[in-house]
Design a binder for this molecule. Structure first.
Ligand SMILES: *[C@@H]1O[C@H](CO)[C@@H](O)[C@H](O)[C@H]1NC(C)=O
Length: 256
């Protein structure tokens, strides 16, 4: 190959020498036409074209069919938005139903501070007895009662009308009566020889209110009661059958 190329160069040089040697009169025949060259490179990009006409003129006639044709398909739903701010606190609801009963608690411990709960040991005493009988109370007999509003722990007997001291100490007794006739009532006690007596002679037409009371020091077993006694009442007083009420109260202030 290298030998052929050198030969072609030598032929070219000889041809040049010849042409220089005969300017005119030695016209040769035309050579063969050369083969087509390889395709050239792509040209530069062209300039940008002019803006096209709008599909639908903003102020022109609107063709619903054309519009429908131009409208694209509905896109996919977008992703959920960010979480909103926390709302305001609501009103308090209505109270719920009562819950079920809880389990039974554990057994308590013995502290050794307990006391016998029998009546003999109770260091309190209180009663309030009510007589509502309309009969005049029999003279010089303990007044008995129909009901006891309070009798704790039970030192008073409405059947006998006696309070019997169980806890030695200081007690306060009082009574109140209302009747349309004159009454005389006395507080009687084993602890005293005399009786604390009270009478009311204010009226025979209207209610008469009578009350009295005293603090008494009692020893165990001593009794206290209320009784009617003779003073200046008339026979009519003692036959009075109109409604009456007597309340007898007693309570332990403090024990000895
Ligand atoms: C007295 O009270 C008792 C008991 O509350 C009652 O049953 C009775 O009817 C009353 N008697 C009179 C006369 O009010």
């Amino acid at each position: 190959m290298g030998a052929h190329q050198n030969l072609a160069v030598l032929v070219g040089v000889a041809s040049l020498l010849w042409n220089a040697g005969c300017d005119a009169g030695c016209q040769g025949t035309d050579g063969h036409k050369g083969v087509d060259g390889a395709p050239g490179r792509d040209g530069l990009p062209g300039v940008k074209g002019q803006k096209g006409e709008p599909a639908v003129m903003a102020d022109g006639p609107v063709d619903p069919v054309s519009l429908q044709r131009l409208k694209g398909d509905m896109g996919n739903p977008g992703p959920p938005g960010a979480m909103g701010l926390k709302g305001y606190q609501g009103d308090t609801g209505a109270a719920g139903p009562i819950g079920p009963q809880g389990p039974r608690g554990a057994a308590g411990k013995n502290t050794g501070a307990g006391k016998d709960n029998s009546d003999q040991e109770a260091q309190y005493s209180a009663f309030s007895a009510i007589r509502n009988e309309s009969s005049y109370p029999a003279v010089s007999q303990p007044i008995t009662f129909q009901t006891a509003a309070v009798n704790r722990p039970g030192d008073f007997s409405i059947a006998t009308g006696h309070f019997t001291c169980r806890v030695p100490g200081y007690y306060y007794f009082s009574f109140h009566s209302v009747a349309k006739t004159s009454l005389c009532l006395g507080l009687a006690s084993d602890s005293r020889d005399d009786k604390l007596v009270f009478c009311d002679y204010s009226s025979r037409m209207h209610d008469q209110m009578l009350s009295g009371g005293a603090v008494l020091q009692l020893a165990a077993g001593e009794r206290v009661w209320l009784e009617s006694f003779n003073d200046k009442q008339t026979a009519a007083d003692k036959q009075d059958r109109r409604e009456k009420q007597i309340i007898f109260n007693g309570l332990l202030l403090f024990s000895d």
